[in-house]
Design a protein around this ligand. Sequence first.
Ligand SMILES: CC(C)(COP(=O)(O)OP(=O)(O)OC[C@H]1O[C@@H](n2cnc3c(N)ncnc32)[C@H](O)[C@@H]1OP(=O)(O)O)[C@@H](O)C(=O)NCCC(=O)NCCS
Length: 199
Amino acid sequence: MKMETQNLQVVRLHENPHYLKACCELINDEWPRSETARMMSLQASCNHLPTSLILIDDMKRLLGHCKLTAIPSIPESCFIETVVISKSMRGKRLGSYLMRQVEEYCKNILKLKMLHLSTKGQENFYAKLGYENCAPVSIYGVRSFNSVPTISDKIPNQVPVINNIVEGAPPPPPPPMPKPETMVNNTLKSTKTFMFKYL
Ligand SMILES: CC(C)(COP(=O)(O)OP(=O)(O)OC[C@H]1O[C@@H](n2cnc3c(N)ncnc32)[C@H](O)[C@@H]1OP(=O)(O)O)[C@@H](O)C(=O)NCCC(=O)NCCS
């Protein structure tokens, strides 16, 4: 059964902080994690990125959540994460509605040109919304495997180092990415399916 979409609203979580606890429970019901860690992640929501968007109905019930995260190497896109509809409300097109609203938000408010995401198991859901498979992308600031070498690749060992910082050199590389995404031979490897869509 399809929900009447005129009764639904997608709003920013940080402008509706009374949903924080319920949102934490909604997400942890699907992907259990410490409440503290989850709350910290949700409390980071802001008008730039990251942003948590929530789906609520006319009874002010929380029905869904989606987080948008920056992709440092692709500024014209963002990464869609933690898409979830409350268990009892699935299969009513709410997930599709949430995604469409999120796409409008990214296009019209954030002025983005495309969206990326990764999934393991929900490929068909996203494919129906127009997402296509693509190469893995990292949200951790690691440059892509086919990018040209940078000056930091060529710093000889003998260059004087002051407080572990090479004078005149670019800033040190970011910390290694957590699994499941890992770099092998300078290529981002992942067990997930990466997908993207032009807005
Ligand atoms: C994935 C999820 C957000 C979809 O929300 P939903 O409201 O149940 O989905 P919809 O009702 O909008 O479904 C839209 C279409 O996708 C299909 N679909 C939904 N989930 C699917 C799945 N897991 N596999 C295949 N197709 C799926 C539906 O059958 C429907 O197809 P139709 O248009 O031909 O009828 C929801 O099931 C959910 O919260 N799942 C658990 C969390 C999760 O896995 N999130 C994704 C992380 S990448």
